[in-house]
Design a protein around this ligand. Structure first.
Ligand SMILES: C[S@@+](CC[C@H](N)C(=O)[O-])C[C@H]1O[C@@H](n2cnc3c(N)ncnc32)[C@H](O)[C@@H]1O
Length: 301
């Protein structure tokens, strides 16, 4: 799956020169426009290939950073170069369509780079994972953007959180779900926001202080929750299961802390849905109740 993203990224790089050559043939741009397209294309394709080579055992993800950086540079540089060569009036009147297409390719490539990056940073396994600061910053941006388009409040409402419940948000990230969940369960309820990454815990604690949220407790951990047996009504495993190395062990821990009949919501994300279902079936600890959109609802047996 990840290799496919790399190939897609490389193919997108081909569009820069191809698109410029078409514009050149149609007389829409001068030769130097083609040269800029070639530079952008060759550099992105090269880092894409190098990043792909590193895929699998990369501890030095320099090519992966560059893969995101190059389209990011192309985005502001394109209008600057165009204005420099054409002047502002021609740029504004004649060249907007070309700019939009070129920017569109760069934006698409940047998004693909981030997706590749996420696959790489959030490698399965707790041992490998300690995402660098910049990786965390990218994840934060992605999660913040996601919250704009896909409101966590709505997802939580569909899950039917109740006042007074104890919720474990496993792999809470920046707290996109923990914070609205705390509001929904009210003062008599509690949300345990657990993450392996200290920066995630720091981000949630900052929000707790800023918004004066009394009922979120943070837990820094790679698996063990430290919670008593059968103390939680709901577990959220949103956009995290794919990153876990020993999933059976995690399910055992979640089974232990969930009350009998408690609910576990999980998303399969980049996992094959069949593989995902097999893991739950194998453990025999949870029964699938329903799947609504991307969210699977399991009941603790
Ligand atoms: C993509 S983010 C999702 C965050 C949050 N669930 C959301 O949807 O907003 C995944 C989070 O899981 C955390 N994570 C990855 N492996 C973990 C593990 N083994 N134990 C706990 N957290 C983990 C990462 O640090 C990251 O913050």
């Amino acid at each position: 799956m990840n290799e496919k993203k790399y190939v897609f990224y490389i193919l997108l790089g081909l569009l820069y020169p191809i698109f410029k050559v078409i514009c050149y043939i149609n007389g829409l741009i001068y030769l130097r426009g083609v040269i800029y397209g070639l530079i952008a294309g060759v550099s992105t394709i090269s880092v894409g290939i190098l990043a792909l080579k590193e895929y699998g055992g990369a501890n030095k993800p320099v090519w992966h950073w560059l893969a995101a950086l190059i389209p990011l540079i192309v985005i502001p540089l394109t209008p600057i170069i165009m204005i420099y060569h054409l002047g502002l009036t021609v740029f504004l009147t004649d060249k907007m369509a070309i700019l939009m297409i070129f920017e569109g390719i760069a934006v698409a490539q940047f998004i693909v780079a981030i997706l590749m990056f996420r696959g790489l940073i959030f490698k399965r396994g707790t041992e490998e994972l300690m995402m660098p600061r910049i990786g965390f910053a990218i994840m934060k941006t992605v999660l913040t953007l996601r919250s704009i388009f896909k409101k966590p409040e709505r997802t939580l409402r569909e899950m039917g959180l109740q006042k007074g419940q104890a919720v474990l948000d496993y792999g809470c990230g920046i707290g996109s779900f923990s914070i609205p969940a705390a509001k929904m369960v009210g003062d008599d309820g509690v949300v345990y926001a657990l993450d392996i990454h200290p920066l995630a815990i720091k981000a949630v604690e900052k929000e707790i202080r800023k918004k004066r949220i009394p009922n979120i407790k943070t837990i820094l951990s790679a698996r063990e929750t430290g919670l008593p047996d059968e103390s939680v009504d709901v577990v959220l495993l949103y956009d995290v299961f794919q990153m876990i190395s020993d999933r059976d062990k995690l399910l055992e821990e979640l089974y232990r802390v969930l009350k009998s009949g408690g609910i576990l919501f999980a998303t399969a994300e980049r996992l094959d849905p069949k593989e995902f279902m097999n893991i739950f079936a194998r453990e025999n600890l949870f029964t699938l109740i329903e799947q609504r959109g991307e969210v699977f609802r399991f009941k603790r047996d």
